[in-house]
Write a protein that binds this ligand. Structure first.
Ligand code: PGA
Length: 251
């Protein structure tokens, strides 16, 4: 399977002109790359301006339409040509009080709109210090996937994003990142949970990617040494040259 490299632009950039410019530079830079799948997740408002690369939303609501001021539904994303949607990002869990139950509803609704969800899980530094990593991942996975059938779960990609490794937006800033051994251990644990909920074969077929301070220097290690099947990239996706270099480094 090709590595899946997802650009999570978060709340950037601040103008349409800069968004189009960044997108065009990335598109040009990865034009001949066939060995990686690249997805751009810009703020919602820029989605209609961008074309000819896979697109995703950074979040979605759990209803199709109705009196829900400010929300964007999975159907709206689908109708704009999105293939993917990020769900349960730690910044949404923390800043917008998203619960596992809300994440579960969003996952279900985006699956029924035929989007491929990128389901984010990961422990905070506090939870890590208190040796709660496994229990947090177990809760997030069990609750997040509650009621999702085996055929459906195969369309979900799990993004392991240790919250302590997520950057403040600067790809060159040195942040603590997990070692390949660390990530392998976690991914083994995630697979064992998925095996318990579904079965071994299904667990093996669910894609697991990594996110947290990935840049063009360390990306290859996450894929080749830690065995991740892709990356969710924040800060480093905002500089076209750096992001293109990152994509080239993993193929
Ligand atoms: P980062 O963000 O690459 O800037 O650490 C990753 C993410 O939060 O998805």
């Amino acid at each position: 399977m090709k590595p899946l490299i997802i650009a999570n632009w978060k709340c950037n950039p601040t103008t349409q002109k800069d968004a189009k410019n960044l997108f065009e530079l990335v598109k040009k830079g990865i034009k001949n790359i066939k060995k990686a799948e690249v997805v751009i997740c810009p703020p919602f408002i820029y989605l209609p301006l961008l074309g000819n690369l896979s697109l995703g939303g950074q979040d979605c609501f759990w209803e199709e339409k109705g009196p829900y001021t400010g929300e964007v539904s999975p159907e709206m994303l689908k109708n704009l040509g999105c293939e993917y949607v990020i769900i349960g990002h730690s910044e949404r869990r923390k800043n917008f009080s998203e619960t596992d139950e809300m994440v579960n509803k969003k996952l279900k609704k985006s699956l029924s709109a035929e989007l491929s969800p990128i389901f984010c899980i990961g422990e905070t530094s506090e939870e890590r210090k208190n040796k709660k990593t496994e229990s947090v991942l177990k809760r997030e996975i069990t609750e997040g996937l509650r009621g999702i059938a085996q055929e459906e779960v195969l369309k979900i990609t799990i993004a392991y994003e240790p919250v302590w490794a997520i950057s403040k937006g600067d790809p060159y800033q040195t942040k603590e990142i997990p070692t390949p051994e660390n990530i392998k251990k976690i991914s083994f644990y995630i697979k064992s949970l998925l095996s318990e909920i579904y079965n071994k074969k299904t667990a093996e077929n669910i894609r697991i990617i990594y996110g947290g301070s990935a840049n063009s220097e360390n990306a290859r290690g996450f894929i080749k040494e830690a065995g991740m099947q892709g990356l969710l990239v924040g800060g480093a996706s905002l500089i076209a040259e750096e992001f293109v270099k990152l994509v080239k480094s993993v193929i």
